[in-house]
Design a protein around this ligand. Structure first.
Ligand code: NAP
Length: 237
């Protein structure tokens, strides 16, 4: 297993939901965490309870490419290195196929695909430095299958994100960078709060975070390409 102490993990959308759980877990495991979110004040107050010198907060808005460059630059200025990147920030427009406008699709494309692509491209040279860089792409089971008539636009964007994930996995392998996608079903967060599904049956973000943090620490000789995690019987296809 790799030792997280002194290594820097960047996490997007870290102010709430899955991103917040990942931030707490990586921090608890000993990583230095560089957190990105659209609203810096909200991010800072969301981590106030547990943050210490091993936590830095930065502005990141997937709609604004200059913020990814600034986030990376200030992470290097603060911590001196970057060892890991978690592409967690994401949005889901759940409209049916007939109501899926190009504007809604463009928004999901910007946050779920283009933002992660830019962050990956910009961090790859830094991640290569240690020979043990890590990337986690928070995709979805909606990147693996289309669930009946449910949220086709979200599924289109997450299938694209999974393709990006596998492209990076191959491109970065020789530099010692290992890339894992987490593809969960329902996780109890704001995103699923109006789905009409009993929150009691949903995956807990803390359980997902613990799983991801364990996989990320595996040595280069044990790489996990995809984690499929669900809270209900699923037939992929
Ligand atoms: N919940 C689920 O069932 C589930 C299942 C599979 C996959 N996922 C994926 O897991 C990831 C996290 O979702 P979640 O459930 O934690 O949802 P969430 O509670 O709605 O959180 C979404 C996060 O993404 C951020 N975000 C949205 N638009 C952004 C933008 N333009 N730039 C930067 N950050 C932006 C949000 O920031 P603000 O607070 O500023 O809006 C927030 O931090 C997403 O990629 C989602 O697709 C979720």
């Amino acid at each position: 297993m790799i030792d997280p102490r002194g290594r820097v993990m960047m996490i997007s959308g870290a102010n709430r939901g899955i991103g917040a759980a990942l931030a707490r877990q990586f921090h608890a495991d000993g990583w230095l965490v560089s957190l990105g979110a659209r609203d810096l004040d909200r991010l800072q107050s969301s981590v106030q309870e547990w943050a210490d010198d091993n936590v830095s907060c930065h502005h990141y808005d997937a709609f604004n490419p200059s913020t990814d460059q600034a986030w990376i630059a200030s992470t290097v200025a603060t911590h001196g290195r970057i060892d890991g990147l978690v592409n967690n920030a994401g949005i889901g427009h759940m409209e049916d196929l007939q109501d899926l406008s190009e504007e809604l699709l463009d928004e999901m494309w910007a946050v779920n695909v283009k933002g992660p692509l830019r962050l990956i491209q910009a961090t790859l040279p830094l991640l290569a430095a240690s020979g043990e860089g890590r990337i986690v792409n928070v995709v979805s089971l909606s990147g693996k299958r289309v669930k009946g008539t449910f949220a086709p636009g979200y599924a289109i964007s997450k299938h694209a994100m999974l393709a990006l994930h596998h492209a990076v996995r191959h491109a970065a392998f020789e530099d010692g960078i290992r890339v894992t996608a987490i593809c969960p079903g329902y996780v109890e967060t704001d995103m699923t709060s109006d789905f009409g599904v009993d929150p009691g049956i949903m995956i807990q973000a803390a359980d997902l975070a613990e799983t991801v943090a364990t996989i990320v620490r595996l040595p280069n000789t044990a790489t996990v390409a995809e984690i499929l995690m669900t809270c209900e019987p699923e037939v992929l296809g």
